[in-house]
Design a protein around this ligand. Sequence first.
Ligand code: PAF
Length: 280
Amino acid sequence: MIKATTVEQVKKYVRECKKKGKSIGLVPTMGFLHEGHASLMKRARKENDIVIVSDFVNPTQFGPNEDLEAYPRDFDADCKLCESIGVDLIFHPTPEEMYGEKNFSKVHVDKLTEGLCGAVRPVHFDGVCTVVTKLFNISRADRAYFGQKDAQQLAVVSRMVKDLNYNIEIIGCPIIREEDGLAKSSRNTYLDEEQRKAAVILHKALSMAEQKALDGETDAALLCKEIAEVIEQEPLAKIDYVEAVDWDELSHTDVIDGKTLFAIAVYIGKVRLIDNFIIG
Ligand code: PAF
């Protein structure tokens, strides 16, 4: 596996691959890889000749009060996991390499970035769209793999690719969960033992609602209320939002009418966890 730290190294490798007519799958990550990432890499491995993983904690998607410095990192473990899956190249640039000394450009998607996590993380999605655009351009990937765990990110990136005619296919992949149902996330490592047990309430609340929706309940507002009631039973949990939105525009909806995303963000202590399900 090639460990590349510069944009030029990746571009050179990609030029050679393209000359040979090889297809490229990209898995963009911020490192500290877990089974959720592994599932994306395995899917990319199956569907492409070449798999590139980016491992970059992107500073532009963190707000001034967010945990950029504290964000967990373990590049050696990341490399081992990537190697075990047969990744061809891991791209691990510094912020200076990625953004240079000066940078005046960014990519912004309207509307879909305003609600849900965007409401409390105003710079987040500009940072994501900008870095993802750079990674798409550097890797010239045919396909890029994103987890449904970050459903708003998946919707925003898909919209950006559609609106701006990027030559890349966005593949959304299912949420990978711990045995008790907690969605895998790098942030889970911040939870202490008691908080970790409490965190299972997110999945409990969502699976109750998902089952009711599968059984035919179409009142999204009622389901959101019931999700909130289940979460409120857990003393360590504090709800940031419980929302139902239509998948295409992420606009608030009170009824399930077409593809609908139920998304939640919940603080367990100081740790903000997100989870969701999509129905219809
Ligand atoms: O989902 C993530 O880990 C990040 O937001 C991404 C897509 C790698 C961009 O930095």
